[in-house]
Write a protein that binds this ligand. Structure first.
Ligand code: IVH
Length: 675
């Protein structure tokens, strides 16, 4: 009896999975919703009766399971790469010509490319072991991502189990939300009086990163697979076009709009036809991806830093929109820098609502000729900061006036000093200015500085507004009672913040120097100063000349450091910090020869430029330094290696000019991992 029930259970799993595929992947249902529901009820009934029969591939997984306490990290066996960008026809022709050169093939021999829509969602990896969905992860930083297995299983078009897959088979694709799904979700949110999502991409990201997969199951997520990662069968396929066809045949959802095209002309033709079609699609795309069809050629072309040479993303032009400029406010920064900000009539552009846009400085306002009341054109592309590109003079109302840059700080009323070129304007109030104090404190407590967890902007604002702190050193004399009295605080949160403050007292000299917010001193310079002087006292006594003896420190930075330490109030702050228990571990000074046997890169100077895939640049820098290397910010004859990441700029050309050896990310990783 139970044996037949068990057999029925297994066939139900297979049957329902097949109907899911017919419905969600092939768009060709064979049974009615009512019949489907009936099968599902039967299955759920059996699982309730015999919980330990439940299979990992059971469609009941689609409804989600218990919330996770946090996401685990999953390391990608093969890194998940990004793509180089092109914007014009010329960029595409150059890409095609470059590939011909790299592969040493004549231009007349046209390449076959697969052109696919560039889906605007989130990249994921899904691993199948012995045909069963085993785990899934977000792209993360390309090297490792978050374990979202439970959430991926709730997407009905994702097969839970497939026959005829290679033993180990990783697929990669994009999770997104259709316009229809997005609208439905926002209607539901509105009915529940909950916050609305700004665009389908954000809504998809929110759904995918839910710790409670039962919530994800309620969200209308879709997915298209466009690549494979690890595959145990080396002969699985030899071209991208065949891969897509094969994936489709196996039961994976793929975007049906891909096309095999010939040469750059074929790519551009596809681009034009899809651009025209874009508005009619039920999902967001932000460009076209061209991929060399032949995998053997792909392999030959290889990678540069974190992007393949054999593929390119042809991005659609940035969207623009018109709106009214209602006000120009000025903001005061940490060192008193005054930045004008345009307050706009909110406008939806490039997938988000924009209401504030920086105007940078007085000369930018002059260049644009913009006035309060003007109609302006705003542009935003992808995750790029929105900007005002032009003013529509035709629509200027008659009563507008030229903008006059303020002469006094809006916060403390101190005079504003302006540089000769009219580019930099500063409030001269120093610590008198509450805005500067707030910004300085935000910087001091930030993650890369003293790293005081829980001291966010709102807390800092209150501490300054309530005069609980005058300088950053006062953070270390805050009491439990004072913190408990802050808005949004209770006993637990006050205790927690106090503990974080205490914990931050033990730090590194470089962090402390950086935290002080000395104008012109960023993290790199702070690192160099810490390594060179080894103690705050020595640094504070250094003169301009001895500072300039350090690589990369010129007269402007040196002067700024000298004048910072010459200021009495700053000396007081340092004294108070020390008295209140802030200390740093002693660091070895560069000039004292270190044990070279333990430092394989001693004597080598590295410059990092462009983005890295495997880790943030700061981590690469720390690791190189740990191996004894010096890492500087500019390329000179003294540079031993320049590590060239993506979107590297002038430093790479400078290195080429000076004939300095350049490394790609892979070579950098090799150095880090073998030393
Ligand atoms: S292929 C090595 N194909 O674009 C190439 N990516 O900028 C790996 N994307 O992280 C990606 N649609 O999130 C590929 N048809 C498509 C795509 C696509 C969207 C995204 C993906 C990736 C990013 C790269």
């Amino acid at each position: 009896m139970t044996a037949t029930k068990r057999a029925r259970y297994i066939s139900l799993v297979e049957l329902i999975n097949e109907h899911n595929r017919l419905y969600h992947t092939l768009d060709a249902p064979q049974i009615s919703d009512a019949e489907y529901d009936q099968l599902m009820q039967e299955l759920l009934g059996i699982e309730e009766e015999f919980p330990n029969w439940q299979l990992d591939s059971s469609p009941s997984q689609r409804v989600g399971s218990k919330p996770l306490p946090e996401f685990q990290q999953i390391e990608h066996e093969k890194p998940m790469l990004s793509l180089g960008n092109g914007f014009s026809s010329e960029d595409i022709q150059n890409f095609d010509q470059r590939l011909h050169r790299q592969l040493d093939l004549p231009l007349e021999q046209e390449f076959e490319y697969v052109a696919e829509p560039k889906l605007d969602g989130l990249a994921v990896s899904i691993m199948y072991l012995d045909g069963k969905l085993s785990y899934a992860a977000t792209r993360g930083d390309g090297r490792s991502g978050e374990d979202i297995t439970q959430n991926i299983k709730t997407i009905r078009s994702v097969p839970l189990e497939l026959t005829a897959l290679p033993e180990k088979f990783e697929v990669r694709g994009e999770v997104f939300m259709t316009h229809a799904g997005f609208e439905r979700l926002n209607n539901e949110q509105q009915a529940k009086e909950q916050k609305l999502y700004v665009n389908p991409r954000n809504a998809a990201a929110g759904a995918l990163r839910q710790l409670d997969s039962r919530v994800t199951a309620q969200r209308p997520l879709s997915i298209y697979i466009y690549a494979i990662g690890v595959c145990s069968d080396p002969e699985f396929t030899t071209t991208q076009a065949n891969l897509l066809a094969k994936l489709h045949g196996l039961g994976f959802p793929i975007c049906p709009l891909f096309k095999l095209v010939s040469g750059s002309a074929g790519c551009l033709e596809y681009y034009d036809s899809l651009s025209a079609e874009r508005a009619n699609l039920d999902y967001e795309i932000d460009g076209i991806v061209y991929k060399l069809n032949d995998f053997a050629l792909q392999e030959k072309a290889g990678f540069v830093a974190r992007a393949p040479r054999w593929a390119l993303a042809h991005k659609f032009p940035a969207e623009t929109a018109s709106t009214t400029l209602e006000e120009i406010d000025v903001q005061v920064g940490r060192t008193g820098a005054i930045t004008p900000v345009a307050r706009l009539q909110p406008v939806f552009v490039g997938g988000v609502t924009v209401s504030n846009v920086t105007l940078h400085n007085a000369s930018e306002i002059q260049r644009l000729g913009v006035r309060v009341g003007d109609t302006v054109v705003v542009r935003r592309a992808g995750d790029v900061i929105p900007q005002i590109v032009s003013v529509d003079l035709q629509q200027r109302p008659s009563n507008t006036e030229e903008y006059e840059f303020p002469t006094a700080c809006p916060v403390c009323d101190s005079p504003i000093a302006t540089s000769e070129e009219g580019v930099i304007a500063r409030c001269t109030g120093g610590l008198i200015c509450a805005a500067q104090r707030k910004q300085g404190m935000r910087h001091f407590v930030s993650r890369r500085a003293m790293d005081i967890d829980g001291m966010g902007d709102k807390v800092v604002d209150q501490l300054v507004d309530k005069s609980l702190v005058e300088t950053v050193a006062d953070i270390y004399s805050l009491t439990f009672e004072q913190l408990e009295g802050l808005d949004g605080f209770a006993e637990k949160s006050a205790q927690k913040l106090l503990a974080a403050v205490n914990e931050s007292k033990a730090t590194k000299l470089s962090r402390l120097i950086y935290a002080l917010g000395i104008p012109q001193v960023g993290e790199t310079t702070a690192d160099q100063l810490a390594a060179h002087f080894g103690a705050m006292e020595k640094l504070s006594q250094a003169d301009s000349e001895s500072l300039q003896a350090i690589d990369d420190i010129g007269p402007v930075v040196a002067e700024s450091i000298v004048s910072f330490f010459a200021t009495e109030t700053n000396q007081q702050v340092l004294k108070h910090l020390e008295e209140r228990g802030v200390f740093y571990a002693q660091v070895p000074v560069n000039s004292n020869a270190q044990d070279e046997r333990l430092q394989p890169l001693t004597g080598q100077t590295f410059v990092l430029t462009g983005g890295l895939n495997a880790m943030p640049r700061s981590e690469a820098k720390n690791r190189l330094q740990a191996l004894g290397a010096k890492v500087t910010g500019s390329v000179s004859k003294k540079t031993s290696f320049v590590v060239v990441g993506t979107d590297a700029g002038s430093k790479a050309s400078k290195a080429e000019e000076l004939g300095i050896e350049m490394l790609n990310e892979e070579q950098l990783l090799e150095i880090l991992e073998t030393n």
